[in-house]
Design a protein around this ligand. Structure first.
Ligand code: SF4
Length: 385
C-alpha cells in the first residue's frame, strides 16, 4: 500500500527505528529491549518528543501535577556503603558529620512552615539507632493525629527490608504494621539498577532487585501506593536501563500499584564513582521519553526538579513527563543530592511550578501522594488552631 504524501514525508524525515516504534505504539504493543535501545540512542529528538508527548497525553491529557510537600532526611548514618552515595556517614569515623533527628525534631521540622501541605516525604540511612519500629510507629501516629490531611510518604524498600530483618518480620507483616500506623505511600528509591552484575558494583549491601520488587508488590497487595525510580548515568549500560524498565513494567502487570516512575540522574561530587561525571541534558531528555514510552502501564512520569534541575524538568514536560514532584518547604534541607553536588535549590514556590507548567502548554494540577487532586488555593482545616 502506498503511503499518503504527508506520511511519506514524515517517514522519510524520521529515524527509521522510530517509524517502527510508532507502528507498535499505534497498535498498542508494548515496546521491547531493541525498541528501548533505539529510543536511548536516537538523535531524532523532535519525533522522540512527539511520540512521548502523545503517550503522556493519552494518560493524563493536558494535566501536569505537583504537590505541596515537606521533605526530611531524618538521619545520615548508614552502613550500606553504596559506591554512588555522598550522603552516608560512618558515625564512628566521621562523628562531626553525623545528623540524626529525634522524633520531636522531625515533627517540629515538618510544622515549621505551617500545615498547608499534602505530603510528608521522609527517607534516611540504615541507622541502627533510628531505623526501627520503636522510633517510627509512634512518630507516624503523631503525624496522623496532628496532620490528618497529610499523606505519609515514608521509607524506601531498602529501609523496609532493614526493619523487617531487624524485627524478624516477613515483608507482609512489616507492611501491615506500617500501614496500620498510617503509611500511605512508599518512596521509589533504592531501586538504583536491577541488573545483578551492575547492582553488585554500586550497592552490594542493600536490598536486592528481587526483594525490592517483592516489597513493592506486597505494598500494592495491601493497598499501599508506591513509586519507582532508576539511578542512571553511572556505570550502567543502556541494556541495564531498558532491563530495569521492563522489570518494573512486568511487576506493575503482576500487582498494579506504582503511581509514578522517577528517573534519578547520578550526581558525581564526593563519591567513589565521580569519574563517571554528570549526565548530559540530552541523556536526561531521552530517559524521560524512553520511560514514558516503555512504561505503558504507569500513569505518571515525574521530572523531579531537584535532580535534573528545574529548566531541564520543564523541557521534560514536552518529552513525556507529567509531574514536577513537590515544592518542599522553604526551610527544608535535602541532603542526599546536595551532598552529591546538585545545583538545585531547596524549595520551589508553587506559583513558580504553575508558571512553568503553563509556559510548557499544560494545566497545573495540585495533588497528594496518591494523586487525589486539590484546588491550587486549598487549605486544610486546622486541627490545632
Ligand atoms: S544510598 Fe542509601 S543505603 Fe546506600 S549508602 Fe547512601 S544512605 Fe545508605
Amino acid at each position: 500500500m502506498f503511503l499518503e504524501k504527508k506520511d511519506a514525508i514524515l517517514a522519510y524525515a524520521m529515524d527509521p527505528a522510530l517509524v517502527e516504534i510508532e507502528r507498535k505504539l499505534d497498535a498498542g504493543i508494548s515496546l521491547g529491549m531493541d525498541d528501548g535501545l533505539a529510543l536511548l540512542a536516537t538523535n531524532d529528538l523532535h519525533n522522540l518528543g512527539r511520540l512521548a508527548r502523545a503517550a503522556k497525553e493519552r494518560k493524563s491529557g493536558k494535566s501536569v501535577y505537583y504537590v505541596l510537600n515537606r521533605y526530611i532526611n531524618s538521619t545520615n548514618v548508614c552502613y550500606a556503603n553504596c559506591t554512588f552515595c555522598s550522603f552516608a556517614v560512618d558515625e564512628f569515623k566521621e562523628e562531626g558529620r553525623v545528623f540524626r533527628m529525634t522524633a520531636d525534631q522531625v515533627l517540629e521540622k515538618a510544622l515549621e512552615t505551617g500545615e498547608n501541605f499534602n505530603q510528608m516525604h521522609i527517607v534516611g540511612g540504615h541507622d541502627p539507632r533510628q531505623l526501627s519500629l520503636d522510633y517510627w510507629l509512634p512518630l507516624m501516629r503523631r503525624f496522623k493525629e496532628r496532620l490528618p490531611h497529610v499523606q505519609l510518604s515514608f521509607f524506601t524498600a531498602a529501609e523496609i527490608e532493614y526493619m523487617a530483618k531487624r524485627h524478624r518480620l516477613s515483608f507482609a507483616e512489616i507492611i501491615t504494621t506500617l500501614k496500620d500506623a498510617g503509611l500511605d505511600n512508599v518512596n521509589g528509591g533504592a531501586a538504583e539498577i536491577f541488573a545483578e552484575e551492575t547492582r553488585k558494583k554500586i550497592c552490594p549491601n542493600k536490598v536486592n532487585a528481587e526483594n525490592w520488587l517483592a516489597i513493592h508488590e506486597e505494598l500494592h497487595r495491601q493497598g499501599v501506593a508506591s513509586n519507582a525510580t532508576m539511578l542512571y548515568g553511572h556505570i550502567e549500560s543502556h541494556e541495564d536501563r531498558i532491563d530495569h524498565l521492563i522489570r518494573l513494567r512486568d511487576s506493575q502487570r503482576r500487582v498494579p500499584g506504582f503511581n509514578a516512575f522517577i528517573p534519578l540522574a547520578y550526581h558525581p561530587d564526593g563519591n567513589e564513582l565521580s569519574y563517571c561525571g554528570w549526565t548530559s541534558g540530552l541523556d536526561d531528555i531521552r530517559i524521560f521519553a524512553t520511560a514514558r514510552l516503555m512504561l505503558d502501564n504507569f500513569d505518571h512520569i515525574k521530572a523531579y526538579w531537584m535532580i535534573q534541575g528545574i529548566k531541564v524538568c520543564q523541557v521534560a514536560l514536552q518529552y513525556g513527563a507529567d509531574d514536577l514532584d513537590g515544592t518542599h518547604g522553604s526551610t527544608d534541607e535535602e541532603m542526599i543530592y546536595h551532598a552529591a553536588g546538585t545545583q538545585s535549590g531547596q524549595y520551589v514556590d508553587d506559583r513558580e511550578f504553575r508558571r512553568l507548567i503553563e509556559d510548557a502548554g499544560y494545566e497545573p494540577v495540585r495533588r497528594n501522594s496518591t494523586y487525589d487532586t486539590f484546588a491550587a488555593d486549598w487549605t486544610p482545616e486546622l486541627v490545632h488552631a
